[in-house]
Each structure stands twice: as C-alpha cells, then as structure tokens.
Ligand binder design. Structure first.
Ligand SMILES: Cc1ncc(COP(=O)(O)O)c(C=O)c1O
Length: 403
C-alpha cells in the first residue's frame, strides 16, 4: 500500500488559511447588504480582472465552461457551425462548443508546447475546407458546414502560438476565442506587434475558470470572459442573465450564469496575490527544470517556448513507464495527476465525430506519457527536493534494471 501523501499534488488548504481573515470579511460584507448575486463586489472584481488581463471588459459568470459557451453564442455561432480546437484539453472546451449548438473539429497539438500546432491548423483550413463561391464563407468540404471559429487552449499555463493562429483566422474570417482557463497572467510575445500580450487579451474574447485549483481560484464555482469588444461584452452580460439587459425585458433566451458576489469578493482578495503566486510557480518550475536536467534521457521536462512566459498551472513531465512512475512517487508519499489521459477524439461521447486512433498522433503519444508533478505557490524547497529525489530514484532504478 502507498504511503499517506506527504506532499500533495496541490495544496489548497495553506493559501486559504493564510488569507482566512480577509476572506471571511468578504462574507460579512455580503451579509450586511444581502446582495448575493451581481452587485458592486462583482462589478469591482470585473474591473480589476479586466485590468489584470489588459482588456477593456470582463464579464463574471459562474464557470469557465459558461464563459466559453457564452462567448461562442455572443460571437454569433449558428447551429451546425464548426469550431476548431485541440483534442488535448479538458472536455469543458468541447462541451461548450456543443452546448452552443456548434460542431467540433480537432487539429493536433505541437509536440513540445502541447498547445495547438498552427501548421496543423493551416493544413486543416487549407486542405479540408474551401471558400464558398456563393457566400464567401469557409466551408468544411466533407460536412458542408461553415467554419466559424478557432479555440486555442493555453494549456498548463503556457500560451498557444497566437500570431500564426490569428493570422489564419484573419485570412479566413474566423473568430478566435481563447480558452485561458489555465492561464491567468500568462504572457505571449507577439512578433507581429513586437509586444508581450496577456492571455485573454488576444482573441475577440477569452474564457477563464476560477475553479478552486486554478492559479486564481474561487471558493466554489466561478468564471469570467474577457473582451475588448463592447458589443461582445454586452451580449455576454445578457446571455448570463436570462437574456435581459433590463430587468424582465428578455430580448433573447439566456441562461442563469451569473457570478455570486461572495465569490467575486473572494476573487478580488486573491487577485492581489496572483502575480506573486505566479512568480512562485515560475520559480518552482525553473528549479524543477534545473534539478531534473540530468534525468532528461528518462524524463521529458516542459519546454517553455521563447514566445511564452508561462504561469505553470501544472508542471507536466513525460515518462515512458507512467504507471510505475506514479506508483513509485505514491510510495514515497508524493501526489501526482494526469491531465489528461484520454484524448478527446477517443472519448466515448465523441464516437459520433468519426475520429479513430492515429488521427492525432502527437496528442495520443503525449496522453500516454504525461504526469503532473506537485505544483502550487506554497511548495517548499524541502518538499520540492523530496519530489526530485523520488523522481531520480525511479530513474536510477530503471537504469539499473536495464543493465
Ligand atoms: C482548459 C479548460 N477549459 C475549460 C475549463 C472549464 O472551467 P470550469 O471548470 O470553471 O467550468 C477548464 C477547467 O477545468 C479547463 O482546464
């Protein structure tokens, strides 16, 4: 039997204990006026988070999944349209596409960054689609469906390579909505604009999750969509609130997708610490890189492309014998995770899409080998040393067994 976990994969207790007083003050504030849904605390957080992301607007909603869905709907997705994304992401990305009435098309990821490979996107758009002579729209040749947009996912806290993706989107008149649910504060260097840009500020809209384990996590469910487009912001606000801009005047049917004021207040408190927390994550990641360099033959460590400053939501390594690796770490009392073991195109729920094993070889290979090591801002040096020692013990035992 494995030892009890000494070093968790994620420590959510410590940061909340550290901020307990400030967090409880938020609850008291909400109790004083009983404004539990929307209101000043939500508006304040929306202003603060928009400023943090370098966008004009932020629309607080009740999950990252809803932020994606509402952004697709606000972008004018029509039933049956195609939205292109990657099969190596959390299923919420594609659930939101389906829930907005659209169809999913996948393109593979890049083998080093684990984010959308712009060349695979180009290949899909150039070889599988054509511009309709009648409408001028991009149509997927086999299904005859309109391609409406692209969703790059900034997975593990590293941004996708946005310049070529945005360039392709502009060429084919497609929207880009960023899935930034794992990338609060991540940066991308745009060669096109010769400037660093923040995740969530590059597409026509972006979705963030504040699920408790995220870099900025609520104490429950919460999410937000960011945008620079006032019309997108106004539509997303209506959609999150039963389709009303004015109380009981419903221009469209919407959803109950609002952000609670207590969650917003908690998020405002935690946002003040986010830059420091992200810096700690980056420091831990760089220390992992250094300490694990000599194990590189047996373990692939994350590659931070020159165009990204990642915020290491997860620290994901690759190892051939994953089951034994995880068992060895569990034996040493170290928690690990797999994000994500089954590529989306091979999930039972997506059998109807007609994909088969081998369609996205990079995703499939990555999904077999990835393991997420403990990563959270409060990870201590001794804890990290223990993780590294257990990894090295495993690598050493493998090398010894091979001789
Ligand atoms: C990449 C990605 N997209 C979307 C989501 C959905 O966010 P939420 O759980 O807040 O609905 C998540 C959260 O787990 C995610 O990691």
């Amino acid at each position: 039997m494995a030892n009890p976990t000494k070093i968790p994969f994620l420590d959510l207790v410590t940061p909340h204990q550290e901020l307990q007083e400030e967090l409880l003050a938020v609850v008291k504030k909400a109790f004083s006026n009983a404004g539990f849904i929307g209101g000043p605390m939500v508006e304040e957080f929306e202003r603060e988070f928009a400023a943090f992301c370098g966008t004009k607007y932020c629309v607080g909603v009740n999950s990252g999944t809803d932020a994606l869905r509402f952004a697709f709907m606000a972008a004018g997705v029509q039933p049956g349209d195609i939205i292109v994304t990657v099969p190596h992401t959390f299923i919420a990305t594609t659930e939101a596409i389906s829930q907005a009435g659209a169809n999913i098309a996948f393109v593979d990821i890049h083998e080093q960054t684990y984010t959308m490979d712009p060349e695979k996107l180009r290949e899909y758009l150039e070889t599988r689609c054509e511009i309709s002579a009648k409408s001028g729209e991009l149509i997927e040749r086999d299904s005859k469906r309109r391609v409406a947009g692209i969703v790059p996912v900034h997975l593990y806290g590293q941004t996708a390579d946005m310049d070529p993706i945005l360039e392709l989107a502009a060429r084919y008149n497609l929207f880009v909505i960023e899935d930034a649910c794992q990338a609060h504060g991540a940066k991308y260097f745009s060669q096109r604009d010769n400037a660093w840009k923040l995740a969530g500020s590059m597409g026509i809209a972006a979705a963030f999750s504040f699920y408790p384990g995220k870099n900025l996590g609520a104490c429950g469910e919460a999410g937000a969509a960011t945008t620079n487009d006032p019309a997108m912001a106004a539509r997303m606000k209506m959609i999150r609130d039963h389709g009303q801009a004015k109380m009981y005047y419903h221009d469209i049917e919407g959803y109950n997708g609002r952000l609670d004021s207590i969650q917003a207040g908690w998020l405002s408190v935690k946002l003040r610490h986010l830059t420091k927390w992200n810096e700690s994550r980056r420091a831990h990641a760089h220390r992992y890189h250094e300490l694990l360099t000599e194990s590189k033959g047996a373990i692939a460590i994350p590659v931070e492309a020159s165009w990204t400053k990642g915020v290491y939501h997860l620290y994901v390594v690759r190892v051939q014998d994953r089951e034994a690796f995880q068992a060895a770490l569990a034996e040493a009392g170290i928690g690990t995770g797999i994000h994500y073991p089954i590529p989306l195109h091979l999930q039972k729920t997506y059998q109807n899409l007609g994909y088969k094993p081998g369609d996205f070889p990079v995703t499939e290979c990555v999904a077999r080998e990835i393991v997420s090591l403990p990563m959270f801002p409060q990870l201590s040096r001794p804890q990290q040393d223990e993780v590294v020692a257990a990894v090295k013990d495993f690598v050493g035992s493998k090398i010894a067994a091979a001789h």
